[in-house]
Design a protein around this ligand. Structure first.
Ligand SMILES: Nc1ncnc2c1ncn2[C@@H]1O[C@H](COP(=O)(O)OP(=O)(O)OP(=O)(O)O)[C@@H](O)[C@H]1O
Ligand SMILES: [Mg+2]
Length: 318
């Protein structure tokens, strides 16, 4: 993801590129860098082993070829920084390169919290476990570093940024990424040439570039805009939190086509959804069921069918 954060120190209102490659925006009241540094000190890695409910280490689709791990989450626990309430209670998850994972689960089971913890959202404090991304300790990285390492998150509820045009926002974030990578920044005309074909990918009209970020956008337009951010910034792991919510069937098709078009044998997707409909358009390698801050089941698409027919009770009974 790339989240641009406002640091509200002093009277100036600045945006900061948070983790990854979406340009989602989160209105934090306090500069997240400071909070995040504080969180890091309280993090204690613990040893944890994968249990039978974790993602299998080899593919269950019949392909036993050893795949390269992209994200390895082990025994991850985290609480809400302010209230100290524990939300994640030992999450284990393995995402290999080129895999698509879906996380499903009841409202409030911790799916969005997991995503936000992965990108370093300052509302949460990691209290245990480990997260390895591309062989590096993700939890030791600042949110920006996570973004530059190839992590992207689209938020469940993208926030509006009054007064900042979509194109300026994307341009700024894209150039911030290029600066960090020691690549030359793109001027406005070059950037327009770069972004124009991306609009087609998500089937968005050019007018959306001049409108303020997400301001007055319909629910579906906001979701398309998230995918535009992903298309602009790219990602090795794209975390899509309910990218399907509020989309009509055509928009869902466009979004799924855009996501599928961005996939490569090395890039992976972790998508959170409540509905099998999305999984028909973006076929997952694994589906995980989350409950009370843990992944309690992992399986193939048949889980989603059981879920649709019998609800979460059917999953626990099966
Ligand atoms: N910043 C926060 N402040 C207070 N409570 C929080 C915060 N973040 C998460 N929670 C609580 O943690 C629990 C898990 O929330 P989370 O958003 O992760 O659920 P979810 O699985 O994504 O649910 P949904 O399917 O409804 O999106 C909920 O009870 C939620 O109210
Ligand atoms: Mg959620």
């Amino acid at each position: 993801m790339a989240t641009v954060l406002p640091c509200t120190h002093s009277s100036s209102f600045k945006f900061r590129l948070l983790s990854s490659n979406s340009l989602s925006f989160t209105p934090f009241n306090i500069c997240p860098l400071r909070l995040y540094s504080k969180n890091r000190q309280s993090f204690k890695p613990i040893a944890a082993t994968l249990s039978t409910v974790d993602s299998p280490l080899t593919s269950i689709d019949g392909n036993n070829e050893k795949k390269k791990p992209l994200l390895e989450v082990t025994g991850l626990t985290a609480m809400i920084a302010e209230s100290k309430q524990e939300i994640l209670k030992g999450v284990n998850l393995l995402v290999n390169e080129g895999e698509i994972h879906a996380i499903m689960g009841k409202n409030g089971s911790g799916k969005s919290t997991l995503s936000k913890v992965l990108v370093g959202h300052p509302d949460y404090e990691v209290t245990g476990g480990s997260v390895i991304f591309k062989g590096e300790n993700l939890l030791e990285m600042e949110p920006e570093e996570r973004s530059l390492a190839g992590l992207f998150m689209s938020f469940q509820s993208p926030v509006e940024i009054p007064g900042v045009s979509n194109i300026d926002f994307l341009h700024m974030a894209y150039n911030a990424q290029r600066r960090k990578l020691d690549e030359p920044e793109l001027g406005p005309i070059e950037f327009y040439a770069y972004i124009y074909p991306k609009l087609e990918i998500v089937n968005m009209k050019t007018d959306f570039l001049n409108r303020n970020v997400n301001e007055g956008f319909s629910g579906g337009e906001k979701k398309r805009n998230e995918i535009l951010q992903l298309a602009v910034l790219g990602a090795e792991l794209a975390i899509l939190d309910e990218i399907d919510s509020g989309l009509d069937v055509d928009a869902l098709r466009d979004v799924a086509k855009a996501v599928n078009g961005l996939l490569t044998p090395k890039n992976s997707v972790l998508m959170i959804t409540h509905y099998r409909r999305l999984l028909e358009f973006i076929k997952p390698t694994f589906i995980h069921i989350m409950d009370d801050g843990r992944i309690i089941r992992t399986g193939d698409a048949s889980i989603a069918k059981v879920l649709e027919e019998g609800g979460y009770k059917a999953i626990s009974d099966s």
